[in-house]
Design a protein around this ligand. Structure first.
Ligand SMILES: [Zn+2]
Length: 160
């Protein structure tokens, strides 16, 4: 038996002022995207904003459906749009937040497992870690790369 411990690092910031202006802008774009989400069932409006290396910002939000599994998370809406329109441009960062009937969330929320897997594929595809900024009004959590969330992950090397 051999026990393996896998370490991840998340960095918490107490205010937006501690972040570079480009990341403050990215979070603002994620907040704007959340307000345009289609979430009549959960009323949990998630917004994502993807920063490409050419400085283009792609926004996405959750798109729910009365046939629940047909909907899609904000992160994948944004990432798939980025990859379909800019297939050869590296994704540098993604900001995510959510808005409820009570306003923006206080504590940051992580992307779901499916979105993390999709982001990991984008990260591996361009061999560049994607910075993740999770915004809550009381805290902003930052991770340098998707592997901070998925240190033991399934990827294309395993298909060989
Ligand atoms: Zn998701």
């Amino acid at each position: 038996m051999n026990k393996r411990e896998i370490k991840s690092t998340l960095i918490d910031y107490n205010s937006l002022a501690e972040l570079d202006s480009k990341y403050r802008e990215l979070i603002q774009k994620a907040k704007e995207a959340a307000e345009k989400a289609y979430a009549p069932y959960s009323k949990f409006r998630v917004g994502a904003a993807v920063l490409l290396e050419n400085d283009v910002i792609i926004q996405g939000n959750n798109q729910e459906n009365s046939a629940y599994p047909s909907g899609l998370c904000a992160e994948r809406v944004a990432i798939f749009y980025a990859n379909s329109n800019y297939p050869n441009v590296t994704i540098k960062a993604i900001a995510v937040t959510a808005n409820t009937e009570k306003g923006f969330i206080k504590e940051p929320i992580p992307p779901c497992g499916s979105c993390l897997q999709v982001m990991l594929e984008s990260e591996n595809r361009r061999q560049n870690p994607i910075k993740v900024l999770l915004y809550g009004e009381d805290k902003i959590t930052v991770a340098e790369g998707i592997k901070q969330f998925l240190p033991f992950n399934f990827n294309k090397e395993m298909l060989k």
